[in-house]
Design a protein. Sequence first.
Length: 401
Amino acid sequence: MVTEQIRSSVLITSVLNPNMRVFDVVMRTEYGTSYNSYVVVGSRGIALIDAAHATFCEDYLNKLERALEGRTPDYLVMNHTEPDHSGTVATLLERYPNLTVVISKAGAIYLKNIVNRDDVRMMIVTDGDKLDLGDQTLRFISAPFLHWPDTMFTWLPEKGVVFTCDFLGAHYCEPQLFDHRIIYRDAYSDAVKNYFDCIFAPFKPFVLKGLEKLAALDADYACTSHGPILTRTCELERIKAHYHTWATEEPRAYKRIPLFYCSAYGNTEQLATHVARGLLRAQPAAEVTCYDLVKHDLARLAAILNESDAFFIGSPTINRDALPVVWNLIASIDAVTIPRRPVALFGSYGWSGEALPHLAERLSSLKAKVFETQLKVCFTPTPADLKAAEELGEAFGSSLD
């Protein structure tokens, strides 16, 4: 646990978790993380900004009590209700029964189901609303899809501090939670990029809008929910610039249409090669690359898929299903950006051929635009099968115009 003053009457109460290596089941976190929450002490009221993970509830509450020095908080501002932020809220409400939760409309819906209570005292705020703490004022800024629909920023103009929740953060843990004290700067930079890619890459237009809102504030401090506090004189402007670069889509003069496959005995691989030939006949200017899922890093392939204009997936059938490596790729698809993305399927099979229907069902449930024609070949492709593979590629490519 860490408690430290950021500016007068503004404190951080942070839980350090240096040993965490997987976040939310799917995200690797090589450098651990922190769960940052804050206390703002005004002359007529005290506000907590976000809470902590339930696993660390006892440590968090003990540290919070020491930071409060016997005072009772009046408000809990929830910038975002994901359980790593809200896991201790139910206990906070028991300990401080008069606590008012300040939250967005979407967040209010989520929080009721997180704490399983209908009697939570809430103040629902919208963009521009303010909370007067006496000599300090909290202003709330709507920031949807950064990275949940409920997200907002909280601005404390008297101190030049903005609480940005996950935005600009990182799963990164060092004992001193200020950017100018970071020891391993290359590791921190790596964590920032990984955090953006895993959490904010699907929401690039919203990232740019969020940056515009922060630019209007001219903050000295950005207090994130994970990783170090960012300061104007150290990392804040650099991280904002990185976010702007990463979120800015460069227009392409060509289509990017990757083919992903795995192949037990080379049969599905043969199909992939011929599908690509047909595709290039219909889309000669396209970037068409075949990727063997076994030979490439999954995270890299997921990024290529998520940035594609259309794509193919090829899979054999084993145990009446597609192979695990194919399902792992599909599990990495950004559900926010995939709707209406064209995709086509092919594969060789032996005893049975259930892989392609299963894949089509899953991709359709993600709202991808699954090409009606699928190519299933029993064992070794014949010359006619390879011709059909080229025809599939050409037909799919022609459908993209």
